[in-house]
Write a protein that binds this ligand. Sequence first.
Ligand code: URP
Ligand code: ZN
Ligand code: ZN
Length: 476
Amino acid sequence: MSLLIKNGTIVTAVDEFIGDILIEEEKIIAIGKNLDNKVDQVVDATGKYVLPGGVDQHVHYSFDFKGEKVRGFETSNAAIVGGTTTVIEFVDQKPGKGIAETIFDYDKTEVSKLAMVDYSFHGVICEPTDELFEEIPTLPDKGLTTIKLFMAYKGLPNHSDDEAIFKALKASKDAGITVMVHAENADVIDVLQKEYISKGQTDPYFHALSRPPLVEVEATQRAINLAALAEAPIYIVHVTAKEVMETIRTSHNNGIPVYGETCTHYLMLDKEDLARPNFEGAKYVCSPALRSESDRNALWEAINNGWLNAVSSDHCGFNWETQKHMGVDNFTYIPNGSPGIQNRLGILWTYGVNTGRISRQRLVDLYATTPARINGLAHRKGHIGVGMDADIVLYEPNHTSIITNETSLHGVDFNIYEGFKQEGKVDKVYLRGKLMVNDGKFIGEQGEGSFIPGTPFGLCYEGDKTEKQLQPINKG
Ligand code: URP
Ligand code: ZN
Ligand code: ZN
């Protein structure tokens, strides 16, 4: 099957030009002007932006919070109608099993049958045994190149202490594995939660008060210190607040290879959303908590300036009626996390590009190119270039709609962006050359997504350490 996408405005992380893209089977084989190869199909993209398929590196399709499980890959059509063609899913290590065994069991029994996007995995450490630390350097041979640890969630199986984080950093660095952390001080949160509950302050709003920005700053700085001690790079997921971003920026400027992302909801929503009446606030319970308008402004500035490197969804599909209500009398039982996988591109376009906060190039970098690179997928994903997978989004800019749960495919009974305006729409999406979304409608099938093995990105200390000369290197 060959395909020619003609006359679209092709956008990459560094440039933009009107041109044609020639696709043969699953790959882009030529990019140029006035290509007139004989092909099976020609698509006219005049007036449309042609973007690489998005890479969402922070997705939960198997997260378990106090026994409540999120919607899984059977809802991954929501990702692709939103312009995301690759997701990277966090998989908690199962009791008594290694990381690779846990992940590939899950892939075999569930993911490969259901996925409607391509996918890769982050292994989440739950059992920090000697065997586990011996396994870590072997993971890249299996295409697994990232490890995640939760500093938050005291009492849950995936919570990690400093010893586990330090050992994971040491075990990972020579293999080029990137260690990611959810940085919040779990002990302080636990004390504050108990104080609020004992005073009868049980509403969703107290979720935010029990995890103020300083618990995130403290854990972020600690994680960076552990990384510096281990001489390993570190990646901080879902950065929410100005001071946290500044902690990362300062350390990075001082030569520590620390990187960070924020998420769409931290750019768009506030702590005040947690105060919505009739338990509606529970829809916005995620961790770290939503912050303030000034934090949101600081995050927009940070993603524009490269002080944060990516924007993810942290998609977490818990239902409000049946699952968020577990915490109706006690906010600590509200499952943490909110859905958002379908809305990442539309939000960044509408409230980033169209307000002048970021350029289209920056959007592409934040939503596709850098996430692909950091997660070792840049050899196939995140960029429109010859030899890359033909994962392509045609974005129609002259369209306005209102975001609503009625058109959301995430299988959850609410959308946190309900009522927000969206400018432009995802018109067509190709996954490895196959049309999966047409006129905004999903037309693919379950199981069409594939596992994409990563190659270690190796954000490593390199060169003269005394001069703190730190270079990202690609070992792949
Ligand atoms: O509240 C959130 N973010 N839930 C998902 C799990 C996590 O902490 O990333
Ligand atoms: Zn987290
Ligand atoms: Zn998350």
